[in-house]
Design a binder for this molecule. Structure first.
Ligand code: ADP
Ligand code: NI
Length: 220
């Protein structure tokens, strides 16, 4: 059934942009399976949830929030998946997303923790940087605007409606992820990715403000 599900999801993601395309789904699936080997949890539930975790994402479906579960259920029923698995997958795919810096994200099961960690690891590191700038570019946003400071979002709506420049996204989400990974295995994998993003952001500001810094540094 997993192979059939992969084919359905791959077809569904054919026209999606590089921040959320089939390769993202495939990487999250592979990472979820890796985390499962180290952390346990039900393999079928994790595999289905990883493949369906963005099946009706609000950024891609015209703005409908929390719609993944509804679509996941229809697809899994068509594949004659058992009721218990469907119920668990629906719960995971509706809960997986990052919803704002100040919105709590407890994981109610090891399966949710694993799929969420895998999705977050894919938003970190070199891939995370590439995805963030692709996302910003596709919406014609500036890399950075020195006068527009990052915000701490208290609700999913506030996070979802934010349209600020891409550097802010690092402070509003990406650099917060390492602290919010649930499993030990994901924390181990995430460390290098977190440090790379931190280094990237530091260098970005250093280069941007080069002249200002140079003006303030006395010549010797
Ligand atoms: P999740 O995968 O938890 O649902 P999002 O949907 O918020 O997270 O983000 C998916 C991808 O799009 C990530 O790689 C993320 O960094 C990127 N992204 C989301 N919002 C922005 C933004 N405002 N600026 C740049 N990249 C963004
Ligand atoms: Ni995702």
């Amino acid at each position: 059934m997993i192979e059939e599900l992969k084919a359905i999801v791959q077809k569904e993601f054919q026209q999606h942009g590089a921040d959320h395309d089939w390769y993202h789904i495939e990487r999250v699936y592979i990472m979820s399976m890796y985390l499962q080997q180290h952390e346990g949890g039900n393999r079928d539930v994790i595999a289905c949830a990883a493949l369906l975790h963005d099946i009706s994402d609000h950024k891609l479906n015209g703005g409908k929030l929390n719609d993944n579960g509804r679509v996941a259920k229809i697809i899994l029923e068509q594949l004659n998946c058992n009721r218990d698995t469907i119920e668990k997958v629906v719960e995971i795919v509706d809960a997986v997303s990052f919803k704002g810096a100040n919105v709590s994200d407890e994981a109610s099961s090891i399966e949710l923790a694993i799929v969420r960690d895998a999705d977050r690891l894919d938003a970190m590191g070199a891939l995370g940087i590439a995805r963030a700038f692709h996302f910003g570019g596709s919406r014609n946003r500036p890399f950075f605007e020195p006068d527009v400071a990052p915000e701490v979002h208290d609700t999913f709506e506030a996070y979802h409606n934010s349209k600020s420049h891409t550097l802010n996204h690092f402070h509003e989400k990406l650099l917060l992820l390492q602290e919010r990974l649930h499993t030990k295995t994901a924390q181990r994998v995430g460390l290098e990715r977190h440090e790379l993003m931190q280094q990237f952001v530091d260098s970005f500001y250093k280069e941007w403000f080069f002249l200002k810094d140079a003006e303030n540094t006395p010549a010797n």
